[in-house]
Design a protein around this ligand. Structure first.
Ligand SMILES: *Cc1c(COP(=O)(O)O)cnc(C)c1O
Length: 470
C-alpha cells in the first residue's frame, strides 16, 4: 500500500527543474538548494514509512509544488547562522543555555584584537624567543588571589581533570559523600575522578561529614584531600561540613595535598554588596589550599575557562602534563580573560564594568524604572493588543551559583489578548533576534535585569510587529 505513495515522490532532478526552485539558485548556492530538496524528499519518505493509516497517508501532500515552501524554508535555515544573538529577558544572569556570562566591552575589544591580529601568544618580546601562553594571566591571577602560581585551561571541568590527573593518578582522593556533585549535563565528580585515574575514597554521609571521617580514611595510598563547593545546591538543616581550614591542617599533619573545586570562583566579596556570602578564591588560597579551581564564565564574568591557582610545584607539574596541551585555552579566551582580570584590580570598576556583576548587583529601584519605561513604550506601540503591567518579582543568578539567592527585580507582565502565554512565548522565541522570556501563570514576563539598554527598542519593535498580525 505504501509503494503507491512512495512512487509519487518526485525525484530530486524533477524538483530542481520547477521554476520556483530554479529561482532560488541565483540567490543561494546550488549545492545548498540540491541538499535542501533531497532532505525534504527524504523527510517525506520517512513520514510515509512511519504513517500507519491509509487515510493519513492520503493527506500527505506529495505534489512537487507542495515541496517548494518546505525547500525554501530549509534553504533559508541552512544559510542563516546557527549560533545567534538572543535577547535574554529571563532575568537569569549566568544563563547556562544562553551562553553564561557576557563580557565587559573592553574584554570584547580584547577578544577582537586577539582574533584578527598576530600576537605574542607564545613569544617573549624581551628575549626574542619562544614564550609561554600562561604568563599573560598568571601574574594577574597571583596578585588577585594571593597565590604563587596559576594556569588556565578550557573550562573548570578540565581544570579538575588536569589537577586530579597530575596529583592523584593511581592514588586515592578522599572526598565527603555530601560533595559528590553533578554540575549539569555530564560533569559528575565520581566520573571525572575515574577519568583522571584517581581512586575515589568517599567518606561521611550525604548530610554530615566530620574531620574524623577524613582522618580515618587516610592510608599510604592517599594523595589528596578534595573539597568540592556544592555550588548548585545547599544542604540545609541537620548537616555538617568540614571547613577548608581544618582539612588543610589535617593535610599538613599527614603530608597530603588539599584541593578545593570552588565552581564559581568570585574575586570580590559579594556579601559586601548585600548578597549571601560566596567563598572567594582569595579566602580559599588564604586557608592554605594547595590547589583551587574555578570557572571563568560564572560569577567571574569572563570567557569560558578553567582557572587553576596554587602552589608553584603543582602548577608547574600541571603545565607539563600531556593533558595540558589537550585542554589548553586559545588566544581569544586568554585575551578576554586577561582584560576581565585587569578590571578586578579595581573592585569598584569591576562591579561597574563587568556585566555579570553589574546585573547581579543592580538595585531594584533602578530595575523598576527600566521596567516602567519598557512597559510605556510597549503600550504606545501595540495598540491595545496586550494587557501590559509592571510587577515586582525575583530573578536568579543562574549557572549553578548562589542557588538560594533571590534577587528582587522588576518585570513587565504581558498578557496577549486571544493568545495563550505559551503560544506567545513561542512567537517571541522565533522572532529576530529571538527573545527568551519567562512564563508564569499564563503570562509572559520580561525580566529587565538581563535586558541590555540597546535591546529595548528591538523588543518594542518585535512586539509592535506581532501585534499588527493579531
Ligand atoms: C560549574 C562547576 C564545575 C564545572 O565548571 P565548567 O566551567 O562548567 O566546566 C565544576 N565544579 C563545580 C563545583 C562547579 O560549580
Amino acid at each position: 500500500m505504501k509503494e503507491k505513495y512512495l512512487r509519487q515522490l518526485s525525484p530530486v532532478d524533477e524538483v530542481m527543474e520547477l521554476p520556483a526552485i530554479k529561482d532560488l539558485t541565483p540567490r543561494y548556492p546550488r549545492a545548498v538548494v540540491v541538499s535542501a530538496v533531497r532532505s525534504v524528499i527524504n523527510k517525506l519518505r520517512e513520514t510515509i514509512l512511519a504513517t500507519k493509516k491509509e487515510d493519513e497517508l492520503r493527506n500527505i501532500s506529495l505534489e512537487p509544488d507542495d515541496l517548494v515552501p518546505l525547500v525554501r524554508e530549509l534553504v533559508k535555515e541552512i544559510m542563516s547562522p546557527s549560533l545567534k544573538r538572543v535577547i535574554n529577558a529571563t532575568g537569569v544572569v549566568v544563563h547556562t543555555n544562553l551562553g553564561r556570562s557576557i563580557l565587559a566591552s573592553s574584554a570584547v575589544d580584547a577578544v577582537l584584537g586577539a582574533a584578527g591580529n598576530y600576537s605574542n601568544l607564545e613569544f617573549n618580546l624581551v628575549e626574542g624567543m619562544r614564550g609561554s601562553r600562561h604568563i599573560h594571566v598568571e601574574n594577574l591571577l597571583c596578585s588577585l588571589t594571593g597565590t604563587e602560581a596559576a594556569m588556565v585551561v578550557n573550562n573548570n571541568a578540565a581544570a579538575v581533570l588536569l589537577a586530579l590527573s597530575t596529583i592523584a593518578e593511581g592514588k586515592e582522593v578522599i572526598i565527603s559523600r555530601g560533595q559528590l556533585v553533578e554540575i549539569g549535563g555530564s560533569f559528575r565528580i565520581p566520573d571525572v575522578m575515574r577519568q583522571s585515574g584517581a581512586i575515589l575514597r568517599e567518606v561521611g554521609t550525604t548530610n554530615k561529614t566530620y574531620l574524623e571521617d577524613y582522618r580515618n580514611a587516610i592510608n599510604e595510598e592517599t594523595a589528596l584531600l578534595l573539597k568540592v563547593h556544592t555550588s548548585n545546591f545547599r544542604v540545609v538543616g541537620f548537616s555538617a561540613e568540614v571547613l577548608l581550614h581544618d582539612l588543610v591542617k589535617l593535610g599538613k599533619e599527614n603530608d597530603l595535598y588539599v584541593m578545593e573545586d570552588l565552581g564559581s570562583g568570585v574575586l570580590v566579596d559579594l556579601s559586601k554588596y548585600g548578597l549571601s556570602h560566596e567563598p572567594t578564591v582569595y579566602e580559599s588560597v588564604k586557608s592554605g589550599a594547595d590547589v583551587v579551581t574555578f570557572s571563568g564564565d560564572k560569577l567571574l564574568g569572563a570567557p569560558q575557562a578553567g582557572i587553576i591557582v596554587g602552589k608553584k610545584e603543582l602548577i608547574d607539574a600541571m603545565k607539563k602534563h600531556p593533558l595540558a596541551r589537550a585542554l589548553r585555552v586559545d588566544k581569544m579566551t586568554l585575551a578576554g580573560l586577561e582584560e576581565t582580570l585587569r578590571l578586578y584590580l579595581d573592585p569598584a570598576k569591576a562591579v561597574e564594568k563587568i556585566p555579570t556583576l553589574n546585573m547581579i548587583l543592580v538595585p531594584q529601584a533602578e530595575l523598576k524604572r527600566k521596567a516602567e519605561r519598557l512597559a510605556k513604550k510597549i503600550k504606545e506601540k501595540t495598540r491595545g493588543k496586550f494587557e501590559v503591567g509592571v510587577a515586582e518579582d525575583i530573578s536568579r543568578v543562574g549557572g549553578g551559583a548562589l542557588p538560594l539567592e533571590e534577587l528582587p527585580t522588576a518585570v513587565v507582565v504581558l498578557s496577549p489578548k486571544g493568545l495563550s502565554a505559551s503560544e506567545f512565548e513561542n512567537k517571541l522565541r522565533k522572532s529576530d533576534p529571538p527573545i527568551i522570556v519567562r512564563v508564569h501563570e499564563d503570562r509572559v514576563l520580561l525580566d529587565v535585569r538581563t535586558i541590555q539598554l540597546e535591546e529595548i527598542g528591538e523588543i518594542v519593535g518585535a512586539l509592535a510587529m506581532l501585534s499588527s498580525d493579531m
